[in-house]
Design a protein around this ligand. Structure first.
Ligand code: DC
Length: 220
């Protein structure tokens, strides 16, 4: 039976780095669900679909052929969009598109299908709460705000810390306060704050949680 490790938390907490390392270490498939929301947002922007147009956004989300490939490459309808979905404009648009219930329903269905045949490490905002409430292992990965801004500025050296901080705060507030599947810690998720820890230390801490939960026999 395929297993799911769910990693949720705010932007900049270090989820992608750790989810990728963990997947490699365990031989599971890494699934970045944020890339799916970003892909729908990119397509919507290109088609001039407004973030308020729930009907057309749903059509795009259902029709989008999103490929999550090796080395974290992302394809949308056959095109490599790995870099195109990482701009600040798409970050903001993805957070808006992700507030639309019908978009979420379409993408959650795709996410569940991805885990039908293979074990996955899946990262996002609602994996442990909505997508896989019975996931074998759930981690809520957090980091202090200053650290999250610092990590983002390493990834986007051209943007000022002030601007990054404002963008991150706006996006997080929207992701936490939306009606549909807001970012919250699942009651049975293990909380980990990665502030001041190296990726190796975070990985070790998570592996300890994984081992403890798996030997407890919790299923899925
Ligand atoms: O993880 P990320 O920054 O690439 O995600 C982009 C946006 O998508 C983020 O603002 C929140 C949203 N998202 C979501 O609502 N649910 C998920 N499972 C993953 C991402």
């Amino acid at each position: 039976m395929a297993h799911v490790i769910a990693i949720d938390g705010p932007a900049g907490a270090g989820k992608s780095t750790i989810a990728r390392r963990l997947a490699e270490r365990l031989g599971y498939t890494y699934i970045d669900t944020g890339a799916m929301y970003r892909s729908v947002a990119l397509w919507a922007l290109r088609q001039n679909v407004s973030p308020d147009d729930a009907f057309r956004l749903e059509q795009l989300a259902v029709a989008a052929e999103i490929g999550l490939l090796a080395q974290a490459r992302v394809h949308l309808n056959g095109e490599d969009v790995t870099e195109a979905i990482r701009t600040p404009e798409i970050s903001a648009a993805a957070s808006k598109v992700a507030a639309v219930a019908a978009v979420r329903a379409a993408l959650v269905e795709k996410q569940r299908r991805l885990a039908e045949r293979e074990s996955v490490v899946m990262e996002g905002r609602d994996i442990g709460t909505v997508v896989f409430p019975n996931a074998r292992v759930k981690i809520y990965l957090d980091a202090d705000e200053g650290e999250r801004v610092r990590r983002r500025s390493e990834q986007q050296p051209g943007v000022s810390a002030g601007q990054l901080s404002a963008e991150l705060a706006e996006r997080d507030a929207r992701d936490r306060s939306r009606v549909e599947s807001p970012l919250v810690q699942a009651p049975d998720a293990a909380y980990l704050n990665s502030t001041g820890l190296t990726p190796e230390e975070v990985e070790e801490a998570i592996l300890r949680i994984v081992r403890a939960r798996i030997s407890n026999g919790k299923e899925h």
